[in-house]
Design a protein around this ligand. Structure first.
Ligand code: ATP
Ligand code: MG
Length: 309
């Protein structure tokens, strides 16, 4: 059975896609089989992992994208999956084991325009479709849009865990409260469909702080997030182990450069002044493994990029 995790925050631009792409890549490096499902119509993780040229080419056929799984006479999920999606300039596999179910901008039609022929909500339909491929993976990650519409609902319904990438600022603290409220109401709304599938609601593992500027004092946001988590633990809305991850992702312009190069940080050249932020992603991957499986293994990153102990 795959471990299924949504990277979710209702607030936009908090680092959901960057964290997901980089944690997924670290796991693939460890030899894990990872599927990224892009549920954001912005298609950021799809474009990052495929690079624009290959993603554009894929756009010639709508059957290649996740949206098609929701359409009557559409695609099976397994037929949308791009295997070993990270490639070098020659098109050779650059990272084995990382697959992608890509999205295109038309995924936004799922919200209002695509009729639902399934006699069950879209999220229950996608859960059932996922069964077909789930045993091929160790991890399935869902890249969520910054809202709580159909794409996020599908992700949350299919997930066992939720990681909340957030920035260390006052507005993000407010946004976390809203997110927990939304998760609670969705849990009630989807209860019947979960019962039918013996699928428990996902648990929030915690907050991963992103784009932390060197030298910035973020004690106050950390205290506020921690106080919120403690309150939600007491209300049994998040598990006891939920926390603000002690590991943070530092601010680095190389994250944007990695997008342009179509590479995860762990594949960026050693010459890049980006290795520290790549280490941050490795450490956060270890934290996620610790919270989901209880172990915190060393992640063997090859010499061409990082070497970590
Ligand atoms: N550690 C970082 N340092 C500097 N810039 C970063 C860092 N992480 C992400 N960014 C930049 O911040 C922007 C938002 O990041 P990202 O796309 O990962 O967030 P998101 O939460 O997925 O956004 P959205 O809500 O739009 O999906 C991007 O331009 C990205 O390159
Ligand atoms: Mg994103």
């Amino acid at each position: 059975m795959a471990t299924k995790i949504s990277f979710l925050n209702i607030k936009g631009g908090t680092g959901k896609t960057s964290l997901l792409v980089n944690v997924a890549s670290c796991l693939a490096y460890m030899g894990k089989r990872v599927l990224v499902v892009d549920f954001d119509a912005q298609s950021n993780s799809s474009i990052w992992l495929m690079r624009l040229d290959r993603w554009n080419a894929l756009n010639r056929n709508p059957a290649n994208f996740v949206l098609s799984v929701f359409k009557e006479n559409g695609s099976l999920l397994r037929n949308c999956i791009q295997k070993d999606v990270v490639r070098d300039a020659e098109g050779d596999i650059a990272l084995r084991g990382l697959d992608l179910a890509p999205s295109s901008f038309s995924l936004m039609d799922l919200e209002h325009e695509v009729p639902n022929p399934w006699e069950k909500p879209f999220y229950a339909h996608f859960f059932d479709e996922l069964q077909d491929v789930e045993d091929q993976y160790d991890y399935i990650f869902f890249d969520c849009p910054p809202n709580f519409f159909h794409g996020t609902q599908c992700s949350v319904f299919c997930s066992e865990h939720i990681v909340v990438p957030a920035n260390p600022d006052a507005l993000s603290v407010v946004g976390f409260h809203l997110l927990i409220d939304k998760l609670e109401s969705f849990k009630k709304q989807s209860y019947r469909w979960r019962e039918e599938r013996s699928a428990p609601a996902p648990e929030v593992l915690g907050i991963s702080l992103n784009a932390v500027k060197p030298g910035a004092n973020i004690d106050v946001p950390i205290e506020r997030f921690t106080a919120q988590i403690e309150r939600f633990v007491a209300q049994k809305k998040v598990p006891q182990k939920a926390c603000v991850f002690p590991e943070q992702i530092r601010h680095s312009i190389s994250v944007g450069r990695a997008v342009l190069q179509g590479l995860p940080m762990v594949l960026m050249s050693k010459r890049e002044a980006s290795m520290q932020v790549a280490e941050d992603y490795v450490h956060t991957t270890q934290r996620i493994l610790k919270l989901t499986s209880g172990t915190m293994p060393r992640i063997p990153i090859p010499d061409r990029s990082l070497s970590l102990n």
